[in-house]
Design a protein around this ligand. Structure first.
Ligand code: BES
Ligand code: MN
Ligand code: ZN
Length: 503
């Protein structure tokens, strides 16, 4: 559901809402504004801090009810001790949002008054709160609705030293948050409502934000000879689509300089993965509505780049199919010919994501000659065996891209772990009957899947992110309580901002 929290910025001396959060630094040291409130109330805040033995530990909170002589009737003191990195500030905003919404209220203030607190600090707090405010459900009862959507909080006022500068800094963050929310929505939506056509329609609706949208239908996909992608789709009553989103932040200038070449993102969009004829076991199959998490991230990222008017040319492509068992479904033993001309023996119809990506990767490099390609896919259960849910698997043919992605991961908290590729692994997918088979053996399943993808990449820096553990069924964090996390939007937005917008 779209973000609905109204975020405003105002001066430190403006009147606060009845519920107000304050920050406390190392040893619970209060900022000037909070210190003045403490004095006016006869030391109520410092007394409460003492009584609770509160030391200002990052994200710890205490609540002070009905302090005398203050406008606010409920104060939350939130710990912000230590040297905060950017992502700490964002997480702190999320934690404060959670503390505020523990009670049912409509409006709240957060006072960001610590010594040296920048406009970016205030914007980060607001950003974290906005990300945390996201909810998604289809419950019919209003009371449930109130409970899960931040207890009904509608307005958040950030009090800070430079409200105009903070608001300006928040503008781009709001754009990114909208991209994250879109990615979460797409992952959360049920597969009856979000098939390939509906996904493509949702993308088409984004053209208002300045993105150019192109949808390739089945006729076109057949003309392009995307036999690997179409083989996956053929078991479903719902036809496949490939959607292309273009953001020309540098203008579509004719020059072919390095700078105007687009950066390129590609997403696996299997709107539901039954496994096909190699049918998955029933338990937990409902989770496979999230098998379009890679495509959701690419879509959210493209919206974010457009919303914040990124100074870059970018293109996002998503391969949208449903993997179903039926009389028309592809079989183990089938041999399909990909757009590249390479032939693939299908061993397991449940290894479908790589088939979809094979054709989209080939097409993307062919048509856009990008600066780099990064694909995201909920590709293998094996990546969760290797890394759990704390890191996405990162595979790449380019060390520069690896270090840039790792740095962006650290900055945003969306972590990636570098995994190996090599000839020896590649050999495991050679086939007796075709150029390759679509599964390796039992071991190194995430790696052989990545080796498969690499066979469809030619001369361009490329990275593959296996997001099976991070895109869906996510652990709750300070900035996300949703099943679909929107993982990767912030990571890749940061990658672009740090390294591809400046020259
Ligand atoms: N979509 C799944 C991978 C997946 C599993 C994502 C669990 C999220 C949670 C993928 O299409 C798949 O089925 N992969 C198989 C590959 C195997 C058949 C080689 C797998 O991981 O078991
Ligand atoms: Mn599968
Ligand atoms: Zn899948």
């Amino acid at each position: 559901m779209p973000l609905s929290l109204d975020v405003q910025f105002t001066a430190l001396d403006a009147a606060v809402q009845a519920t107000t959060a304050l920050l406390a630094g190392t040893d619970a040291k209060l900022g000037a504004t909070a210190g003045a409130m403490d004095q006016r109330s006869g030391g109520t805040l410092t007394n409460a801090i003492k009584a609770a033995e509160f030391k200002g530990k990052l994200k710890a909170t205490i609540e002070v009810l009905a302090p005398p002589k203050l406008d606010a009737s409920r104060l939350i003191i939130a710990g912000a001790a230590g040297e905060l990195e950017e992502n700490d500030q964002v997480s702190l905003g999320g934690a404060i949002y959670a503390a505020i919404t523990a009670r049912k209220i409509k409006a709240a203030s957060i006072v960001v008054d610590m010594a040296g607190a920048s406009a970016e600090f205030a914007a980060d707090i607001a950003y974290g709160a906005l990300l945390r405010s996201y909810t998604w459900h289809r419950k019919s009862k209003k009371s449930d609705d109130d409970k899960s959507s931040g207890n009904g909080l509608q307005k958040l006022v950030i009090h800070c030293a430079k409200p105009t500068a903070a608001e300006a800094a928040f503008e781009s963050r709001r754009g990114i948050a909208e991209g994250v929310a879109l990615a979460r929505d797409l992952v959360n939506e049920p597969p009856n409502e979000l098939g390939p056509l509906q996904f493509a329609d949702r993308i088409a609706q984004m053209s208002g934000s300045g993105l150019e949208i192109e949808i390739l239908d089945e006729v076109r996909l057949r003309e392009l000879k995307m036999g690997a992608l179409l083989g996956v789709a053929q078991g479903s009553a719902r036809p496949a689509r490939v959607a292309i989103m273009t953001w020309n932040g540098l203008g579509a200038s004719g020059s072919k300089s390095k700078r105007t070449k687009p950066v390129c993102f590609i997403g696996k969009g299997v709107t539901f993965d039954t496994g096909g004829i190699s049918l998955k076991p029933g338990a937990g199959m409902e989770d496979m509505k999230g098998d379009m998490g890679g495509a959701a991230c690419v879509t959210g990222l493209m919206l974010a780049l457009a919303k914040r008017k990124a100074n870059v040319n970018a293109v996002g492509l998503v391969g949208l199919v449903e993997n179903m068992p039926s009389g028309t479904a592809q079989r183990p033993g089938d041999i399909v010919t990909s757009m590249s001309g390479q032939t693939i023996e299908i061993i397991n119809t449940d290894a479908e994501g790589r088939l979809v990506l094979a054709d989209v990767l080939w097409y993307a490099e062919d048509r856009f000659k990008p600066r780099f390609m990064i694909d995201l896919a909920t590709l293998t259960g094996a990546i969760m065996v290797a890394l759990g849910k704390e890191n996405a698997g990162l595979f790449s043919n380019n060390d520069k891209l690896v270090s840039e992605l790792r740095a962006a991961g650290h900055a945003t908290g969306e972590l990636v772990w570098h995994m190996p590729l090599s000839k020896a692994y590649d050999k495991l997918i050679d086939s007796r009957f075709a150029d390759m088979k679509n599964t390796g053996g039992r071991h190194g399943g995430a790696i052989t899947a990545a080796q498969f993808l690499q066979r469809f990449v030619r001369d361009v820096p490329w990275a593959h992110l296996d997001v099976a553990g991070t895109a869906m069924d996510s652990a709750k964090t300070d900035i996300n309580t949703s099943w679909g996390s929107g993982w990767g939007v912030r990571l890749l937005d940061r990658l672009v901002a740090e390294h591809y917008e400046k020259g």
